[in-house]
Design a binder for this molecule. Structure first.
Ligand SMILES: Nc1ncnc2c1ncn2[C@@H]1O[C@H](COP(=O)(O)OP(=O)(O)OP(=O)(O)O)[C@@H](O)[C@H]1O
Ligand SMILES: [Mg+2]
Length: 131
């Protein structure tokens, strides 16, 4: 199992979610975030190291969205590829993605663990719930 932690442009959240649901992911967590990358929050900083007043540019935080998805090993590459493909605008600040090994997962309601805790619910159980 892996945690896929992606920091993306907020405008891309809807498209990324739709693509991941289509792929069959069973859950995700989304948080508002802010951060900076190598442009230090200033996409034009490459034009010079000093601002108009001759002082160094300050580092600014830029709004981003943080997505967390835990998936089994089998799904990991497909989820990574989908996020990268969908979140890309080919401009600076498109974001970063990290894959982090996860040692344990628990579905709190049932106590089910690991990959079982990440799988889709059996149709039988679902129909019981709605009968
Ligand atoms: N090394 C890092 N660790 C944690 N978060 C990061 C890291 N680098 C970037 N981020 C997060 O990702 C966001 C977007 O980063 P960004 O896409 O600007 O990275 P970059 O390395 O500057 O690439 P680019 O040149 O394409 O802009 C940042 O605002 C920050 O929230
Ligand atoms: Mg950047």
């Amino acid at each position: 199992m892996n945690l896929i932690l992606a920091i993306i442009q907020p405008t891309k959240l809807g498209a990324v979610k739709e693509a991941l649901v289509k792929l069959g992911i069973q859950g995700m967590t989304v948080t508002g975030a802010k951060g900076f990358g190598r442009q230090k929050g200033r996409p034009m900083a490459f034009l010079g190291l000093l601002n108009m007043e001759g002082k160094p540019f300050t580092v600014d935080f830029v709004p981003k969205v943080r997505i967390e998805i835990v998936v089994n090993d089998e799904m990991t590459d497909a989820v990574v590829d989908t996020i990268v493909r969908t979140a890309r605008t080919d401009t600076v600040g498109d974001g970063k993605l990290f894959v982090i090994p996860v040692s344990r997962a628990v579905r709190i309601r049932t106590g089910e663990e690991d990959e079982v805790a990440l799988t889709i619910e059996e149709p039988a159980t679902l129909s019981e719930a709605f009968s």
